[in-house]
Structure formats: structure tokens, C-alpha cells
Design a protein around this ligand. Structure first.
Ligand SMILES: Nc1ncnc2c1ncn2[C@@H]1O[C@H](COP(=O)(O)OP(=O)(O)OP(=O)(O)O)[C@@H](O)[C@H]1O
Length: 378
């Protein structure tokens, strides 16, 4: 297949009587040959515009796009070597589902037996074998979406683009197809970019995820790196469910004072002198924020701090607790069934290694994991 490179790609849409909309702002992205990349972000962050610029359905305002060694941003969609599955399906109504799926291979004048075998394979994979002889208007939205997906995947093009490929499917089918599609993409080494606003889908399918917000790339990394080393506060709170707890902190003697919702010191995090000095230097330029993921808080840690239960939800396999820790609001996930009632106290341990520190003004991450060697002997 091929690599895909976006170099300083920008997209602005003119808006009548208003300032132009900056949908994508100087995006740099390199997708390796055979890599699966997810574009993830909230509604309106520029994901679809990016995909459509790669496909050629939108022109770039500035910047360039290369597939392999070939600049493609000036070419017509059909000449770029991309296959795209559309969120809006775009099937040919007069053709059967079978012919819709096999259309590109027919046009390439592939042998009939090969086309039949490939259509059969992809239809089996996406569980649409039983509708191959029907026509697009007579099938459901979910079946139309899978047909659109089949039509793109069957081509094994140098670059495959999938726009919200499974948004119409029910969760169970989505989970099954996700795994099968991933196997297919890996087996055929398909360089793939897909758009989603579902982080579970992005994490399950992608080798790397590009997180976007307001047209700007926030971080491009593996799912694990996004969770463990978020580049900034946006990524830290966007990735992970429930989101990372973000607390206000300020430097204090021998470490950090964590502030409660009322702005007063709630508890103290003891750190060694060099780290305290480093964070104090940053804090002089702006504030600091401390992040800790709900799954990393240790509920029931006998050496922990006492927190009051504000809410308690047992989800069948894990407990979600909201806690008041000396005036700080903390969401916590425990793997077992925690039976503490609202108003009861539970001890919670906050491992230093699970703490992230951010510059409050820029939002940029300063430290991931306050190493225990940095901790003062408390
Ligand atoms: N054809 C257009 N004309 C004007 N503005 C547009 C056009 N298409 C998109 N936009 C604007 O550009 C920005 C990015 O839109 P885009 O569709 O790329 O975002 P998205 O992340 O895919 O959103 P969603 O998840 O809702 O589909 C938005 O502010 C949107 O309103």
C-alpha cells in the first residue's frame, strides 16, 4: 500500500457576511504504510474536513498531501488512489448491493470469478450476504452503511478512508465487526484513516490516534500513550472514561498543596526538593493542575486519606464513586463492588506514579508520573 503525509494542511470555508471558518489549521500528519489511524475529536473539530481533503472532495486552502512519493492534493478524487466509505453511504440506487460492492473491480476489468470471490468474502465479513441481490432503497440504514464500507474495503486501495464507518450499527454488531475489520486491514496491509467520535472505537481499531480540537491537532500517538502521557489538559480529559480528575494545585513547602473547590488547601502531596522547585518555577508563570485517572485511585488503601462518599454506582463489574476528599471532588473507579453508602468514609490512596502535572495556562503537560524517587521521605 502506501504512506500518507499531510503537510501544513489548512482548510477555511468562506461564510457569507461573517469571518471565514477555520476548520483545519496547519495539520501535519504522517500515516505509515499499512498503519491504521483514527481521527478523534468532538463535533466540528475538523475530522470530516480532513478526510474529505485527503479524498479530494474538498480542496486544501493551503498545504500539501502526498500518497507515497506522489503529491495528490491537486488531483481529482479518482486519480488519488483512495477508497472512501461515506457516512452518507452514496450508493448507486439502480445497482444491486452485489454490483455496488463490486463496481470498482468491474471498472478495473477484473476477472468475474475474482470479483465474485472478493464480494463474497467482504459480504461475509460484514454480514450482508443475505442482501446481495437487493437494491439500496430496500435495505436498512445499517445495511447501507455496511455496503458502503464493503465497497471501500474491497478495493484494497493505497489509502482507505472510513468516515464514521459503524455509526448506524448496534453496539454488539459494532464490536464484532470492529475486530473483523481490523483483521482485514492488517491482513491486506491497508493504510487506513478513519473518523470517529467514539473513543472506544478509536482505541480498538487504531494503531495511532490523532486527537483534534477546533481544527488543531492536539496529539498524535498510540492509544496507550494518549492515556499515560497526554500532551495537554484537553487530551487528558477527552481520552478515558470517566475522564481524568483535574485538581487545582499550588507549590507549598516540600511539595504541592491540592486545593479544594473553595480554593483552600485540602491536602498535601510531598515531593523531593528538585521537583518542588521545578514545579514552583512553572507556577510563577501561571497556575498548575494535577491530574489523576479514576482507575488509578486506590479505594480502601489503609494508608490513604479519608474521603466521603457523595455517590456510588455499581455497574455490574466495577463501582463508580464520587468522593469528597477534604473539599476536592474526585471520581473513582474500583474494580470490585464497593458497598459504602452516601455519607460514609472510605480511605483512598493517590499513588504518586499516577499523578500528572499540567501548566494551567497553556494546558501543556509538565510531568507524567511523579516518580517515587522524587517524593520526600514523608
Ligand atoms: N461546507 C462547509 N461550509 C462551511 N463550513 C463548514 C463546511 N463543512 C464544515 N464546516 C465547518 O467546519 C468545521 C469543521 O467541520 P467538520 O465537519 O470537518 O468537523 P467534524 O469534526 O467532522 O464534525 P462532526 O463530528 O460533527 O462531523 C465546523 O465548524 C463546520 O461547521
Amino acid at each position: 500500500m502506501a504512506s500518507l503525509v499531510l503537510d501544513q494542511v489548512t482548510k477555511t470555508y468562506p461564510a457569507r457576511g461573517k469571518p471565514a471558518v477555520l476548520a483545519v489549521d496547519r495539520l501535519n500528519l504522517t500515516v505509515n504504510d499499512g498503519e491504521i489511524v483514527g481521527l478523534l475529536g468532538s463535533s466540528g473539530c475538523g475530522k470530516t474536513s480532513t478526510l474529505r481533503m485527503i479524498a479530494g472532495f474538498e480542496g486544501v486552502t493551503s498545504g500539501s498531501i502526498r500518497i507515497g512519493e506522489r503529491p495528490v492534493h491537486m488531483l481529482l478524487p479518482k486519480d488519488r488512489g483512495v477508497a472512501m466509505a461515506f457516512e452518507g453511504y452514496a450508493l448507486y440506487p439502480p445497482l444491486t448491493i452485489r454490483d455496488n460492492i463490486g463496481f470498482a473491480l468491474l471498472r478495473e476489468r477484473r476477472p468475474r470469478a475474482e470479483i465474485a470471490a472478493r464480494v463474497g468474502e467482504i459480504a461475509r465479513l460484514l454480514e450482508i450476504e443475505d442482501i446481495l441481490d437487493r437494491y439500496p432503497p430496500t435495505i436498512s440504514a445499517g445495511q447501507q452503511q455496511r455496503t458502503s464500507l464493503a465497497r471501500a474495503l474491497i478495493r484494497r486501495a493505497p489509502v482507505s478512508l472510513l468516515d464514521e464507518p459503524m455509526s448506524q450499527l448496534e453496539p454488539q454488531l459494532r464490536a464484532i465487526l470492529r475486530a473483523r475489520i481490523k483483521d482485514y486491514l492488517i491482513e491486506h496491509k491497508l493504510t487506513t484513516v478513519f473518523v470517529t467520535h467514539d473513543q472506544t472505537e478509536a482505541i480498538a481499531l487504531a494503531d495511532r490516534i490523532a486527537v483534534m480540537e477546533q481544527g488543531v491537532l492536539q496529539q498524535f500517538a498510540t492509544p496507550q500513550a494518549l492515556k499515560e502521557e497526554p500532551a495537554n489538559l484537553f487530551v487528558a480529559s477527552f481520552i478515558g472514561e470517566p475522564p481524568m480528575n483535574i485538581l487545582d494545585v499550588r507549590p507549598a513547602d516540600g511539595g504541592l498543596a491540592v486545593l479544594g473547590l473553595d480554593g483552600r488547601p485540602a491536602f498535601h502531596v510531598a515531593l523531593a526538593a528538585p521537583m518542588t522547585a521545578r514545579l514552583a518555577a512553572h507556577a510563577r508563570q501561571g497556575g498548575l493542575k494535577l491530574g489523576i485517572r479514576p482507575h488509578r485511585v486506590r479505594v480502601g488503601d489503609p494508608r490513604g486519606l479519608a474521603a466521603t462518599v457523595v455517590s456510588n454506582q455499581w455497574l455490574g463489574d466495577q463501582t463508580h464513586l464520587a468522593l469528597d476528599l477534604a473539599g476536592c471532588f474526585l471520581v473513582v473507579v474500583a474494580h470490585g463492588h464497593v458497598r459504602s453508602a452516601i455519607g460514609e468514609q472510605v480511605p483512598v490512596g493517590l499513588p504518586l506514579a499516577a499523578m500528572h502535572v499540567f501548566d494551567a495556562e497553556s494546558g501543556n503537560a509538565l510531568v507524567h508520573g511523579l516518580d517515587t524517587r522524587e517524593a520526600a521521605a514523608a
